[in-house]
Design a protein around this ligand. Structure first.
Ligand SMILES: [Zn+2]
Length: 482
């Protein structure tokens, strides 16, 4: 078997590296429809693990799943002024169906606030019906002109939580709680550190009162918005007449939140941990955590090695490890190593006749370092420990990389130079004026990712706006972003 061509390296061309990695790992492919993506089994397996973990976290915080229709009457979108302005340019609209022109065109959902709150208006009557805590797993369509697999595609998969509350304080607490759920998932499952904070008005969700975001720094020093949570205030409940009788007997509009993450997270995972050999998947999200590759020359060796390898696989599975035995014939071990490495499998165990005689196997870690002989006895618990260590090492490595590519208290000159050369996160003072934000974006393409939450703020708060010198109203984190 001919050695496949190596990936373009990250330093030579990050974007080419990303595309080639996805092709080699067979995560996704382009579809016959421009801008749409086919998620292949290796990519979908990662998404399924993400879904499983998030779904449990949503249920643990009291949410239930439901499903709402793909089609939304076009007039619904127009009911909330900012919302229609934000989404109309990128909607796909069905005008004909069943061989006839429709009386009212139907929008293919770009997000489901409007249809969901139209239903909530029917379901909510009294304060006893609140809070209403619903999530839906669905596909949405946003007509994107420039698309990238997983990061920006015309159709993508996501979840959207939609809740209704009796008070503003409860809605605010919910929006913050779900931001925290996302952060926990991203750190503990994806091993991806995030900054959290509030978006400025120009980056806020169309129709929201306040938008909160988890922002992560990719290896090319561009930021990626990984998940958002919105306090919608009463904007949608006024537009859709979602009212309830309060305990005191008055009629009031409910307070809503919405929050979502999407298949974009798979792209974030690739760009956080991938290396020049391909994908590096954190153990908790890996389809296979351990792949066992048997090594033999003769038929006799083959029988013994395969038998031992399968016994080992069963022991690992019994210990709770997702282990796979790659017993494919007619393929050299080296070719198998190469393939599993490209797919990001965290650990490889090589089992050969000499190892068997010594009661050991060779352990190789996807994150590098020397191969190591480890005893077959007690391998299950050993691999569980190895996985936990790799999971936390990946998070720490990513956090250290982010901090090495962040600067605080930057002046205008430092900011401009940093954006020109290094990229990354720049913490600086901000006057709160949209004019400054727009000018900076125009000149540098950098945007305010978040006004950081307290735990991420610099010990010394900046006193003046890095751009205009007016008094700073809050610290801001700037970056070029996906
Ligand atoms: Zn300013």
């Amino acid at each position: 078997m001919a050695e496949a061509k190596a990936l373009t390296t990250r330093t030579v061309d990050f974007s080419a590296w990303y595309n080639e990695l996805i092709a080699r790992a067979e995560l996704a492919d382009y579809s016959p429809v421009r801008g749409c993506m086919v998620i292949r089994p290796n990519g979908y397996a990662i998404w399924e693990r993400m879904q499983g973990a998030l779904d449990q976290m949503f249920k643990d915080t009291g949410h239930q799943n439901a499903y709402f229709p793909l089609f939304i009457p076009q007039s619904f979108l127009a009911r909330e002024a900012e919302h229609v302005e934000g989404f109309a340019p990128e909607t796909a609209v069905v005008t004909h169906a069943g061989g006839k022109e429709l009386e009212e065109p139907l929008v293919v959902r770009p997000t489901s606030e409007t249809i969901i709150y139209a239903m909530y208006a029917k379901w909510i009557q009294s304060y006893r019906d609140l809070p209403l805590l619903i999530n839906q797993w669905a596909n949405v369509v946003r007509w994107e002109m420039r698309t990238r697999l997983f990061l920006r595609t015309t159709e993508f998969l996501w979840q959207e939580g939609h809740t209704a509350h009796a008070t503003e304080a409860e809605a605010e607490a919910e929006a913050r709680q779900m931001l925290g759920v996302y952060r926990t998932f991203m750190e503990q499952w994806m091993a991806m550190p995030v900054l959290t904070g509030r978006k400025t008005d120009s980056e806020r969700f169309a129709g929201a009162l306040r938008t909160y975001s988890c922002e992560s720094l990719m290896q090319d020093n561009k930021a990626l918005q990984a998940g958002t949570s919105h306090n919608l205030g009463q904007n949608f409940s006024r537009a859709f007449e979602v009212t309830f009788q309060t305990a005191a007997g008055d009629l009031d509009h409910v307070w809503n939140t919405s929050w979502g993450v999407s298949t974009r997270l798979v792209g974030a995972l690739i760009m956080t941990h991938g290396d020049d050999g391909g994908l590096v998947c954190p153990p908790r999200l890996a389809q296979y955590q351990v792949v066992i590759v048997p090594i033999y020359r003769t038929d006799e060796e083959r029988g013994n090695v395969l038998e031992a390898a399968d016994r080992l696989r069963k022991e690992l599975v019994a210990a709770g490890v997702r282990a796979h035995l790659d017993a494919r014939e007619g393929m050299k071990p080296g070719a198998k190593y190469y393939e599993w490495e490209g797919r990001g499998v965290p650990f490889r165990l090589e089992v050969g006749p000499r190892d068997l005689a010594a009661g050991a196997v060779m352990l190789a870690r996807r994150t590098g370092g020397k191969k190591e002989a480890v005893p077959m006895a007690g391998l299950g618990p050993r691999m569980v420990q190895e996985m936990e260590r790799m999971q936390s090492d990946l998070l720490e490595t990513a956090r250290a990389r982010r901090e090495a590519n962040s600067i605080r208290g930057a002046t205008k000159e430092q900011f401009l130079a940093y954006m020109e050369t290094n990229g990354g996160f720049v913490y600086s003072g901000f006057c709160g004026r949209g004019d400054c934000e727009a000018e900076i974006k125009e000149q540098t393409k950098a945007t305010i990712r978040v006004l950081p939450d307290e735990e991420f703020q610099s010990p010394e708060q900046p006193k003046t706006c890095m751009w205009c010198g007016r008094p700073s109203t809050s610290e801001a984190v700037w970056a070029k972003a996906y």
